[in-house]
Ligand binder design. Structure first.
Ligand code: 1HN
Length: 348
């Protein structure tokens, strides 16, 4: 709206009009146009860090207060400080820290929300997705596509903690959420461990398998060992000035993201490397899996250590500095934005 000088009478006439049309559930566009269509994203979200060394004890305390079975999922949600009570870390994504203690199970269920796990701490847990179990090891990236039954258990001696990432705010926005419980606590196994990775994740596919473009990958675990090995090999070459050595996880049958709503990435920043200022429209959650350094987001700066989680809102300028060789996992809604023709990045 162009600024105009109004007389008190004109002002009063407009206010009365706005009130009158309000009773018809109408409101004038010209009062809100600038906010509705900003020249560039002005995310209301805040950059923030969750330091694992400070949070681990809180997660363990949850383990003394409630069982995994009673909770269904014993998770402490990571809420963006600008949106308390909203169960979201960005506008489109949810994140939480999940704990499962030795001997516990988290019962089978399914929902239309898609989920990822990034294993952070402890070993001996498994997750089962659509009738196949995978042992969870630190750094493993595991997915639970929409409407697949999944349950977790811990048959080891350590508490096991992982980061959950879900598209809950997207499904909420679309009012498209369904969920149901499984018939049994732990779903019956249909295939031996490693079956999906062998069939779909060994640079081959079952001879009669044809994925449709939006199908999630049948590879539901991306073992950290393989990811790390790839990054170390790639890091023999020259780093990208803005990204270091960055790879994206894919559905090997299509080249698309593992799930349609969440993209995931892994990057290696050599010791001493500093990335050039970068921003993109996909608000992103980063996890420091190895190394240490610093993340600068706009005016703010966060020291990074292993298992620390940082959220970078849309279009906020980001720079990393690696004090040691550093491996970062990240996830965002990039595939959604790309499918809609919305995704942009800027390299300075
Ligand atoms: C869920 O199913 C899991 O399966 C974790 O581990 C977190 C948050 C909201 C809704 C469903 C899981 C979840 C969730």
């Amino acid at each position: 709206m162009r600024a105009a000088v109004l007389t008190p009478d004109q002002r009063a006439a407009r206010a009365a009009f706005y009130e009158r049309i309000g009773t018809h559930h109408m409101t004038p566009l010209w009062e809100v146009l600038g906010a509705l269509v900003p020249p560039q994203p002005r995310s209301p979200l805040q950059a923030a860090i969750w330091r694992y060394s400070e949070l681990r004890e809180q997660v363990m305390e949850a383990g003394r207060l409630i069982s995994a079975e009673e909770a269904e999922r014993r998770v402490l949600i990571l809420e963006n400080p600008a949106l308390p009570g909203n169960s979201s870390i960005t506008q489109s994504l949810y994140a939480g820290l999940q704990l499962i203690l030795p001997g516990e199970v988290a019962p089978a269920h399914r929902h239309t929300q898609s989920a990822l796990r990034l294993v952070l701490d402890g070993e001996g847990a498994y997750t089962a997705v659509d009738g196949e179990r995978t042992t969870m090891r630190r750094g493993d990236f595991i997915i639970t596509p929409a409407w697949t039954f999944h349950d977790h258990g811990n048959q080891g001696r350590d508490p096991v903690v992982w980061l959950d990432g879900l598209d809950i705010p997207i499904v909420r926005f679309l009012d498209a959420g369904f969920a149901e419980k499984g018939d049994e606590l732990s779903q019956a196994l249909k295939r031996p461990e490693g079956d999906a990775l062998a069939r779909y994740g060994a640079n081959m596919l079952p001879v009669d398998y044809h994925a449709r473009p939006a199908d999630p990958t049948r590879v539901f675990v991306y073992p950290f060992e393989r990811t790390r090995e790839a990054l170390v090999a790639v890091a023999q070459g020259a780093p990208d000035p803005h990204l270091g050595h960055k790879l994206r996880y894919v559905n090997p049958a299509t080249g698309a993201s593992p799930m349609p709503t969440i993209g995931a990435f892994s990057q290696w920043l050599p010791a001493g490397f500093e990335t050039r200022p970068y921003r993109s429209t996909d608000g992103t959650v980063y996890v420091c899996l190895e190394g240490r350094g610093e993340a600068r987001v706009g005016e703010r700066s966060f020291p990074l250590q292993e298992n620390d989680i940082v959220v970078v809102p849309s279009w906020h300028e980001l720079q990393f500095r690696a004090d040691r060789d550093t491996l970062l996992f990240s996830f965002s809604d990039r595939p959604v934005q790309q499918a809609l023709g919305l995704w942009r990045e800027q390299r300075n």
